[in-house]
Ligand binder design. Sequence first.
Ligand code: UDP
Ligand code: MG
Length: 160
Amino acid sequence: TLSRANAVSVRSEMSYVMIKPDGVQRGLVGDIISRFERKGFQLKGLKLYQTPQAVAEEHYKDLKEKPFYPALVGYICSGPVVCMVWEGKGVVASARKLIGATNPLASEPGTIRGDFAIEVGRNVIHGSDSPENGERETAIWFGSEGLVEWTPTMTPWLKE
Ligand code: UDP
Ligand code: MG
């Protein structure tokens, strides 16, 4: 059988999650972080950050041809954001469920966008859409300072 040492030596998945400027201005930071903590994912990076335009452009480069791209980059740079990296098994898909659908009017109640937003251009939060983008976005936002490696004491109560 797989020993615990083997199981934890496998680098687990990361999601880059970001509270957008509207979420910070509206005082939703604590509530949003709490949802990820309660779920049981591990916080690996956290900062309040005034985004330079080049960073927002790199983050959303796949959307460069979309008509909403200039407004999106302006929105992300319009005030401080809260940058986070959450780690754990299945965190990318689970974070997207906690966050809800892109259009907040289509997001289920109980999700972050479903509870807190109305418009797609003010949808409060970002979460990576694949493990590969989790790595890519983590490098963009935390590449220079890196992440914090630590051992949560609750691990035996969250993992079999
Ligand atoms: N967005 C927008 N108008 C649109 C679609 C997207 O302003 O018609 C913004 C919105 O803030 C969204 C972000 O662009 O969160 C990135 O779009 P994506 O399709 O990747 O949605 P997400 O992954 O954030 O749910
Ligand atoms: Mg996306």
